[in-house]
Design a protein around this ligand. Structure first.
Ligand SMILES: Cc1cc2nc3c(=O)[nH]c(=O)nc-3n(C[C@H](O)[C@H](O)[C@H](O)COP(=O)(O)OP(=O)(O)OC[C@H]3O[C@@H](n4cnc5c(N)ncnc54)[C@H](O)[C@@H]3O)c2cc1C
Length: 359
């Protein structure tokens, strides 16, 4: 962005109107959306990853968590599934695999968010639940290669149209890279698939490694151990990678498409440019409302800082709850009374449940 000061209303005719936008679908963002739903507010959720869960899904999906209240033990993946199940009745609108790039204040006090996919969301309040930053693919540091992004170069592609007989190079050494090479060989029998990694050693589940070996033996996948140090182009097309093998010898690898899997890492990205008060990459908030320095913009979870802050999931849940109350009061201009999910007929209607003893 883009200054945070009130901006003249741009051409926002196609913007989608909503009460709230939650930036980040980690545990904080998921529970934030649930709490906003309980307050009767409509919600859109945006995350750079193609799936929900933030660090729980990306960094420790199969590891146990022991300190979520009421759940003696669950894995990161299981916690995300439970949060999504709890959130389902709220029916948020999802925008996955895209980042919030810009955040502007409109003349009428609402906020305009623009994603990297070009979607514009116009909201009355915004919740930044961005954790340690947007999880984005690590990129290649090779001069000139970015010019081929989206035409021949793809980072962590999930679906790429492969023309018959094309030479596909999958670059990386972890499970995502191995799985992509296998998927490519399975889905595109006429393609020539090369798995390129700096060493002929791959980190993946035993069954994937066994399938990789079988396809190597059958001549369906070729493994090349080398580092990329340059590219060859012809008339604007990427035609080959220039490599150095472990013995230091130069090699040339012809290709039509390059699929890169070098892992995912968090980047704070544009949030630091939104003019909000920060301290060492954290957004400063009021611990009564979790409002940032800009009224109407809240920050919850690992991205915020206040006296006594602990980066724990249960703290994020508390923050999200108070932020939702504060936002509901800001939007309605009136005090919002506490209601229990156990007994409130209004909350039961929102959650789609029936309870005989409801008030
Ligand atoms: C190995 C490990 C083990 C842990 N174990 C525990 C534990 O046992 N108990 C516990 O309480 N905590 C634990 N934690 C900490 C816990 O995971 C974090 O506190 C929690 O994930 C924070 O949630 P969050 O939603 O704030 O952020 P995150 O989980 O980081 O999610 C933030 C999301 O926001 C997205 N995002 C950021 N910027 C943008 C943008 N501009 N546009 C779109 N999307 C964006 C990111 O892609 C990400 O998905 C652990 C952490 C690690 C790394």
């Amino acid at each position: 962005m883009t200054a945070r000061a009130a901006a003249p209303a741009p051409d926002t005719v196609s913007a989608i109107d909503t009460d709230a936008v939650v930036i980040g679908a980690g545990p904080a963002g998921l529970f934030q959306a649930f709490q906003l739903g309980l307050q009767g507010l409509s919600v859109h959720i945006v995350d750079a990853l193609p799936h929900a869960g933030g660090q729980c899904a990306e960094l420790y999906a199969d590891k146990p968590i022991y300190d979520v209240p009421g759940i003696p033990v669950c894995t990161g993946r299981e916690l995300v599934a439970l949060l999504r199940e709890q959130l389902a009745p709220i029916q948020p609108q999802w925008h996955l695999g895209t980042q919030v790039q810009a955040l502007e204040t409109l003349a009428d006090g609402r906020f305009l968010l623009t994603t990297t996919a070009g979607t514009q969301l116009r909201a009355r309040c915004v919740f930044i639940a961005a954790g340690v930053g947007a999880f984005v693919p690590r990129t290649l540091k090779i001069a000139g290669i970015e010019a081929h992004l989206g035409r021949q170069l793809y980072y962590h592609p999930t679906e790429v149209e492969v023309a018959e007989g094309r030479q596909i190079v999958v670059h990386g050494g972890d499970e995502d890279a191995v799985a992509a090479a296998l998927r490519c060989a399975d889905d595109h029998p006429a393609a020539r698939v090369t798995l390129l990694h700096r060493r002929d050693v791959f980190q993946a589940a035993p069954e994937l490694l066994a399938r990789l070996q079988a396809l190597r033996d059958a001549g369906r996948i070729t493994v090349v151990a080398a580092q990329i140090n340059g590219i060859e182009e012809d008339d604007g097309r990427l035609t080959a990678l220039l490599l150095t093998d472990p013995q230091g010898a130069a090699q040339r690898l012809a290709l039509d498409q390059l699929w890169v899997y070098l892992g995912i890492s968090p980047r704070l990205g544009p949030i630091a440019d939104w003019g909000l008060a920060m301290e060492r990459k954290q957004l400063l908030v009021d611990a009564a409302t979790f409002s940032t320095s800009q009224p109407g913009i809240y920050a919850v979870g690992d991205i915020n800082h206040y006296a006594g802050k602990r980066r724990l999931i249960l703290c994020a849940f508390h923050e999200a709850t108070l932020a939702a109350f504060a936002a509901a009061e800001l939007v309605s201009g009136a005090k919002v009374a506490l209601q229990y999910t156990t007994t409130s007929a209004r909350l039961h209607a929102i959650l789609g449940v029936e309870h005989p003893g409801a008030s």
